[in-house]
Design a binder for this molecule. Structure first.
Ligand code: AMP
Length: 213
């Protein structure tokens, strides 16, 4: 099963995809994580994208597609693949389809996590991310057992540089400009499924598991 997860920042794409990777063996590819890794390692690419990432705007299409394709080559696709945060625009969806078709990879489902913007802002301002394994927590809704420490690997949690209110608003703005045409694209492909993602993590996880497994 090859899936793309679509939805607003904070809709739960990373959390759900992370859980599906751990519990069901899916390969989880997050473009946000790949880009943050490049920034953390201060590679040439990392330095080039820092301002764009910190402003909440989209990184250049060709850069992101290249990262995705490199990662796809490196993982075992037989187990199932989840793309989280890619594509984000209809153009990226078209480019991905073309690049995947050349590799005889076909996307089975596009799952859209539908959620209200007010919920999203609350989720993002309280989000804490593990500096090592990328597990996601929330200071109120999903607090770690020990404050500031990852339950999964014991490393320090941090607040992403783009999880501050001003940047969050720009990220939502960018998302709102693109989402309708992105959804249209997958609707026309006949593979779009919409899931209400306003409930708990467990509720959303079960809904998506039923669709994918
Ligand atoms: P995320 O972790 O998915 O919230 O992504 C964090 C940031 O990474 C975004 O705000 C963008 O700056 C960048 N990014 C992630 N995925 C993409 C993408 N598909 N296209 C362009 N930029 C992206």
């Amino acid at each position: 099963m090859k899936t793309v997860l679509l939805g607003a920042p904070g809709s739960g794409k990373g959390t759900i995809a992370g859980d599906l990777a751990v519990q069901e063996g899916f390969e989880h590819i997050s473009t946000g994580e790949l880009l943050r890794d490049a920034m953390a390692q201060k590679t040439e690419l990392g330095i080039q994208i820092t301002d764009t990432m910190n402003s909440g705007s989209l990184v250049d299409d060709d850069i992101v597609l290249k990262l995705v394709l490199q990662k796809v080559e490196a993982v075992n696709k037989d187990k199932g693949l989840i793309l989280d945060g890619y594509p984000r625009t209809a153009k990226q969806a078209v480019d991905l389809n073309k690049a995947f078709a050349e590799k005889k990879i076909f996307i089975d489902k596009a799952v859209y996590l539908d959620i209200d913007n007010n919920v999203v802002v609350k989720r993002l301002t309280g989000r804490r991310t593990c500096s090592k394994c990328n597990s996601i927590f929330h200071i109120d809704y999903m607090p770690p057992k020990t404050e500031g420490i990852c339950d999964s690997c014991g490393s320090e949690l941090y607040t992403r540089s783009d999880d501050k209110e001003e940047t969050i608003l720009n990220r939502i703005d960018v998302y709102e400009k693109e989402i309708a045409s992105l959804l249209d694209y997958y609707k026309q492909e006949g593979i779009l499924v919409t899931v209400d993602a306003s409930g708990s993590k467990a509720e959303t996880y079960e809904k998506i598991k039923k669709i994918l497994i």
